[in-house]
Design a protein around this ligand. Structure first.
Ligand SMILES: Nc1ncnc2c1ncn2[C@@H]1O[C@H](COP(=O)(O)OP(=O)(O)OP(=O)(O)O)[C@@H](O)[C@H]1O
Ligand SMILES: [Mg+2]
Length: 382
């Protein structure tokens, strides 16, 4: 087991002008499960391949434990990697696939068999050991690939989208299983995914990347409640955070976000963060679940939250999406700004009604500078 330290890691592939990875620094603790999250092409697989030694860094260093790994061959890094496409050996049975790396390391035959049997039964693939990869479903191949990494009991596990070929139900059980096994083994692990739910539920901490640059590295709930910038805010959470760009205006001692056909009173508690931004443009973020149609409901909660404030906005409903326990009201506010409110099923509005007054819990607003990577004003304030 070992910590992984990446310091100013930079990768530029030959014949490419842009950086695949630009100065990434991350300290992954011993035994930690870290998820790398970001859109396609942001440098996730590149990061894993650099840790595994399958690519050379253009600049920067990689440490596993105390040892610098930049010039250490992949096979000597004590790292096991599970690839997006499994990379099973097609001409070998499941057992032989799992045994391959152990045989190379000259383990005793009985030990190899015991290890494989244990791992295979924990992954539910014990009955598949004599089959060949072509005789397995996508999900079964995935578990074999995981099993092959697990039998080696390496210092570090690297997973590149290991669950991407599974159907949704299997995906959930596979991620629970993977997390359970990782906890039990306590092996430092890095998983790559572009699925924010997977990253949030699996990672002790999540590193969010965009275009080869680290946006934020924090625990899932910290990312959700305190995103460093607008990119992180809109990438995490389903549905995505509502973002409303407008001008910050002061009227009679109160601050408002205004834009054509829209006005939102901002709470007193946020005045310290906002004062210096008066008469400028900014972006207010509203999570869909901090909105309700019933002002009373929020007033009741207010008894427990002294700093509580709310504000009403008129909303035009386009589509009502029932999702079982809750319903998403999809529509717009002001001059056609898309807006989604997530309400308990019991508050589903009557369908013929499409002009609705929404109440926003303004104690949970987020504020960003303009632009795709606009910084969180609360972070600037700290
Ligand atoms: N071998 C290569 N040669 C040249 N460019 C590459 C190579 N591998 C990756 N790239 C480029 O580097 C950037 C980062 O790629 P990477 O594979 O790390 O992205 P990713 O985040 O894993 O994306 P995905 O979610 O699609 O797997 C991309 O712009 C990609 O086109
Ligand atoms: Mg990738």
């Amino acid at each position: 087991m070992a910590a992984i330290t990446l310091t100013s890691l930079t990768k530029r592939y030959e014949n490419r002008s842009e950086f695949a990875l630009a100065g990434l620094s991350l300290e992954i603790r011993d035994g930690e499960f870290v998820a790398l999250l970001g859109p396609s092409g942001c440098g996730k697989s590149t990061t894993l391949r650099l840790i595994a030694g399958l690519e050379h860094a253009t600049e920067g260093t990689i440490h596993i434990g105390d040892r610098e790994m930049n010039d250490v061959a992949p096979k000597d890094r004590d790292v096991a990697m599970v690839f997006q496409n499994y990379a099973l050996y097609p001409h070998m049975s499941v057992f032989d696939n799992m045994a391959f790396a152990l045989r190379l390391r000259c383990h005793r035959i009985e030990d190899i068999a015991t290890r494989i049997t244990n791992v295979a039964s924990s992954l539910g693939i014990a009955h598949l050991l004599q089959r060949y990869p072509r005789e397995l479903s996508g999900g079964e191949q995935q578990r074999v690939a995981l099993g092959r990494a697990m039998v080696r009991a390496p210092s570090v596990f690297l997973f590149d989208e290991p669950l991407s070929n599974l159907d949704p139900a299997r995906r959930k059980s596979a991620r629970i299983e993977l997390r359970r096994v990782q906890r039990r083994l306590g092996v430092t692990s890095v998983i790559v995914t572009h699925d924010q739910e997977e990253a949030m539920t699996m990672g002790d901490r999540v590193a969010v990347l965009s275009q080869g640059v680290l946006m934020q590295f924090a625990a899932p709930m910290e990312l959700y409640h305190n995103p460093a910038n607008r990119f992180v805010a809109s990438f995490l959470g389903t549905p995505a955070m509502n973002l409303i760009e407008g001008r910050l205006i002061e009227k009679a001692g109160q601050l408002y976000l205004v834009r054509p056909g829209f006005e939102l009173r901002l709470p007193q508690q946020d005045h310290p963060v906002l004062q210096a931004r008066r008469d400028t443009e900014l972006v207010v973020g509203v999570r869909a679940e901090t909105v309700t149609t019933i002002a009373d409901d929020l007033d009741k909660q207010a008894a427990d939250h002294r700093a509580y404030e709310s504000a009403s906005v008129s909303f035009t409903l386009d589509v009502c999406e029932p999702l079982g326990s809750h319903v998403d009201l999809c529509g717009h506010v002001g001059d056609d700004i898309p807006f989604i409110a997530r309400l308990p099923q019991s508050l589903t509005p009557r369908t013929q009604q499409n002009e609705i007054l929404l109440t926003i819990d303004t104690t949970q607003l987020h504020y960003f500078e303009r632009g795709e990577y606009g910084r969180n004003l609360r972070h600037l304030d700290q």
